[in-house]
Design a protein around this ligand. Structure first.
Ligand code: NAD
Ligand code: DAU
Length: 339
């Protein structure tokens, strides 16, 4: 395969490219990323000198750069996005631009280039929010009901991808995945924020009553699911991806991290809730298992242990990510209480 990966310098994109280079060493990978605050080209420094890997710094909204980068490509794997819900509440505009306009630019270039597979990475957040006490789950047939500017922009991008399948016959697939965690995640998201705050001796902020539930998935399991869809999935289909039934409230996630890091529970600090905070996510991933045989392999205890070790061993990486403009965002989001 000759892949164009967008957003490959971000969290999941980095994990995907490193996995792909290890498991499909003869495939060519072009990584197109504009390196926003969330992107870090250094993540892939182990691939420097690898003749099968090339980095292109470009914006997915730049149609000529995108068209040029697709020369000779057969498969597009589209990760690039603005991804943080809290930032989308502070300022929706970059989310509309990158997630909607950027996706449409990529689709148009893919159509003109005759791309053989356009795989779009999306989120479970397009389905809205489940009741806290139920045991129901989102599936591929759940009605779209996005609640944040982030999830609304991702929902719009999913609709565009489907429209290119029906209107132009572009061979697309979509995956809607639950919350990922693991190495290289920007420390604005709950799990890396909690781990790095503990390492810095800072309190760990928990929104509202801490009872919101997410469906946690170790990032390598997400990457394996994308591999399964690219190699065994059916064109025109959407697949939900979720974790190994680790449906745990946020306060329990934080307490588990504190316990694994041998830190007192008093570090957990309840703060003002996120506006429109979705209560619970849970995913039914049986269609993906049926069509490809994929199942998640890493449970929460093993995944959190591995993630904590990675952040302990990569303090330079997250210190750099947390310096500069991050401090400005952090103070705006959490105020002075949390420093
Ligand atoms: P991230 O924020 O860590 O990385 C995003 C990457 O996209 C960065 O490298 C950034 O530089 C790049 N990017 C942003 N705007 C760009 C633009 N205009 N042009 C080119 N590059 C640009 O994101 P992530 O957590 O790795 O998420 C990747 C994808 O997976 C996203 O589409 C997201 O919606 C989806 N997703 C994420 C999760 C999760 O839990 N993190 C779960 C489900 C789906
Ligand atoms: O569900 C998939 C989505 O997961 C992805 O599409 C998004 O890109 C990704 O950011 C993530 O969204 P969430 O909003 O669920 O992730 P976040 O880590 O921001 O928050 C996880 C939960 O923890 C959520 O209920 C809000 C809560 N939270 C978050 C932060 C940052 C806190 O309680 N305190 C915090 O400081």
């Amino acid at each position: 395969m000759r892949l164009l990966v967008t957003g490959g310098a971000g969290f999941i994109g980095t994990n995907f490219i490193l996995y792909w280079a290890g498991h499909h060493p003869d495939d060519d990978v072009v990584n197109l990323d504009s390196l926003t605050y969330a992107g870090n080209a250094e993540n892939l420094k182990t691939l420097e000198g690898n003749s099968h890997y090339r980095f292109v710094r470009a914006d997915i909204c730049d149609s000529s750069a995108v068209y040029a980068a697709m020369e000779g490509i057969d498969t597009v794997v589209h990760f690039a996005a603005e991804t943080h819900v809290d930032r989308s509440v502070l300022d929706p505009a970059p989310f509309v631009r990158t997630n909607i306009v950027g996706t449409s630019v990529l689709l148009e270039a893919a159509r003109k280039r005759g791309i053989r597979r356009f795989h779009h990475i999306s989120t479970d957040e397009v389905y809205g929010s489940l009741g806290l006490l139920g045991s129901d789950k989102f599936s591929e047939t759940t009605r779209y009901d996005p609640r944040s500017p982030y999830s609304a922009s991702k929902a719009a991008s999913d609709h565009l991808v489907n429209a290119y399948f029906h209107s132009f016959g572009l061979p697309v697939t979509i995956t809607n995945c639950s919350n990922n965690y693991g190495p290289f995640q920007f420390p604005e998201k709950l799990i890396p924020l909690a781990i790095t705050n503990v390492l810095e001796g800072k309190p760990v902020p928990v929104y509202g009553d801490g009872k919101n539930v997410r469906d946690w998935l170790y990032v390598t399991d997400h990457v394996r699911a994308i591999e399964a869809v690219l190699t065994k999935g059916n064109v025109g289909e959407t697949y939900c991806i979720g974790g190994p039934d680790d449906h745990v409230p946020n306060s329990m996630i934080v307490k588990t991290i504190l316990k694994l890091m041998k830190t007192d529970e008093s570090s957990m600090t309840f703060v003002k809730d996120r506006p429109g905070h979705d209560r619970r996510y849970a995913l039914d991933w049986s269609k993906l298992e049926r069509d490809t045989g994929w199942r998640p392999e890493t449970d929460l205890a093993a995944g959190l242990t591995a993630t904590i070790s990675w952040y302990k061993e990569h303090t330079d990486w997250w210190h750099r990510m947390k310096s500069g403009a991050y401090g400005e965002y952090y103070n705006k989001q959490y105020g002075n209480r949390m420093t």
